[in-house]
Design a protein around this ligand. Structure first.
Ligand SMILES: Cc1cc2nc3c(=O)[nH]c(=O)nc-3n(C[C@H](O)[C@H](O)[C@H](O)COP(=O)(O)OP(=O)(O)OC[C@H]3O[C@@H](n4cnc5c(N)ncnc54)[C@H](O)[C@@H]3O)c2cc1C
Ligand code: SF4
Length: 410
């Protein structure tokens, strides 16, 4: 097996380089980086600690504010948040906040620090449905207040979409460690349990004071013309299998990927790192309209992925797909041994007793459903936060406060 898939792409800082990077920080008052972090991780505070070689203090700042600090350090789109408004950009380039956070959380792990503490038991309990970033953060926030917490997850492994983010960007070991820390806080996990089928929301309501739904967008979309085609797999299923097998999968020599978002970029880059010689990505958008981040797109191009922009699938026969260009009169045919569809994900809330409007639960009251005992958070909750890991963390923190207030807590 080619080791490229399992090796973290970005090198981490050393004790020397992390201090050099932290010393570039301008120690701004009213720091724009901290204002822009959806999780409230307080970059200006932990960078200041790093500057004074206080790695322990830095780790406490990150962890107390973000239960998934080591994960966010690796996958957060920092160019959209903390690094976007960084005052240092006006001089040369923004501080590499993500990598400083990664150093700090790696330090926390190697020093075996135990920062999170459960609050005094308040005699109440909550059930969380799903174990993605939103539910994991909510579990910690509830434990901190003093709630007993049970998490119900349909898959055999915990972590939701974190288990799809390729190993070279987010090693499974990091996710395992974050979850172990949460388990140590006393959170009980029940895997292989599909709520709505194996256990009902009514059962959970009878057992707990509140139920919080966080089922995310767990399923890969199919385009009707590809339905039932034996050459076709969804990006979600493909990425999940590769990650679960640590990249030890058989790959063909020629793969067609349809889609142009960040998930599609994960698929094409994974394929190249697994050693697939011919990867063709056909994208609906033209380059000027691309949905994928510039960094992901450039990464895929550097790996040698062929990207054809502005095409829509017009016809499919077995493993041969014809595409028509949206603007110019042009048609191409691509033949591949495997076709991966990266055309989006969708939520399935069957049996959960909620209705979706444009893929979200939106009752006009944040995190509330029409049932006073049932709440939502994460990707399916209507909120002002992006559908990202850090967005999930923020909604997880907030839903705990809303539920606690609804149950008469402070
Ligand atoms: C391939 C990929 C790459 C991504 N990369 C990034 C990135 O680099 N940075 C970033 O910030 N974001 C990224 N995202 C987005 C991010 O992962 C999601 O926004 C985030 O995981 C959403 O969190 P969530 O808790 O709402 O739901 P999810 O992570 O989707 O988790 C939901 C969980 O609920 C479970 N579930 C669903 N229904 C039930 C049920 N009825 N009973 C029990 N369990 C159930 C599911 O199995 C799943 O484990 C990526 C997403 C994908 C798919
Ligand atoms: S905005 Fe940039 S320079 Fe200012 S405190 Fe934050 S990281 Fe340092």
């Amino acid at each position: 097996m080619d080791k490229k898939y399992t090796k973290e792409f970005e090198p981490g800082f050393t004790p020397l380089t992390v201090c050099e990077e932290a010393s570039r920080c301008l120690l701004c008052l009213d720091a724009p980086c901290s204002k822009a972090c959806p999780a409230g991780t307080n970059p200006d505070k932990f960078i200041r600690s790093v500057r004074f070689r206080n790695f322990k203090g830095a780790a406490e700042t990150v962890r107390e504010n973000n239960a998934l600090g080591a994960i966010c350090a690796r996958v957060c789109p920092t160019e959209k948040y903390c690094q976007k408004g960084c005052s240092r950009s006006g001089i040369d380039r923004p501080i590499d906040i993500g990598r400083i956070q990664r150093y700090v959380t790696d330090f926390e792990s190697s020093a075996k620090m135990d920062i999170l503490k459960a609050g005094k038991a308040n005699g109440k309990s909550v059930a969380l449905v799903g174990s993605g970033p939103a539910a994991l953060q909510a579990a910690v926030s509830f434990r901190t207040i003093g709630y007993a917490v049970d998490v119900y997850e349909k898959e055999k492994v915990l972590g939701g979409m974190l288990r799809l983010i390729p190993e070279y960007r987010l090693p499974d070991a990091i996710v395992d460690e974050e979850i172990k820390r949460i388990e140590k806080l006393g959170v009980k996990f029940h895997t292989g349990c599909l709520v709505g089928k194996d256990v009902s929301v009514a059962d959970l309501k009878a057992k707990h004071d509140a139920v919080v739904l966080a089922p995310g967008y767990s399923y890969g979309k199919m385009l009707p013309m590809f339905e039932g085609n034996k050459y076709v797999v969804s990006a979600v299923d493909f990425l999940r299998e590769v990650k679960a097998k640590k990249g030890d999968v058989k790959v063909p020599s020629n793969v067609l990927v349809v889609g142009g978002g960040d998930v599609a970029m994960d698929v094409v880059s994974t394929l190249k790192l697994l050693g697939v010689p011919h990867v063709t990505d056909v994208v609906y958008e033209q380059f000027s309209e691309f949905k994928a981040s510039k960094k992901e797109l450039e990464g895929a191009q550097k790996l040698g992925v062929t990207i054809m922009d502005g095409f829509v699938p017009a016809h499919v026969e077995g493993n041969v797909v014809s595409f028509a260009h949206r603007v110019i009169k042009s048609e191409v045919k691509v033949e591949a041994e495997l076709i991966v569809l990266a055309v989006g994900q969708y939520p399935d809330v069957s049996g959960l007793g909620v209705e979706l409007v444009k893929g979200e639960v939106n009752t006009g009251k944040p995190y509330y459903t029409n049932d006073p005992k049932v709440f939502v958070c994460g990707d399916i909750a209507h909120s002002k936060y992006d559908k990202t890991v850090v967005g999930g963390v923020r909604t997880g923190k907030e839903v705990a406060l809303y539920v606690n207030a609804a149950l008469g807590g402070k």
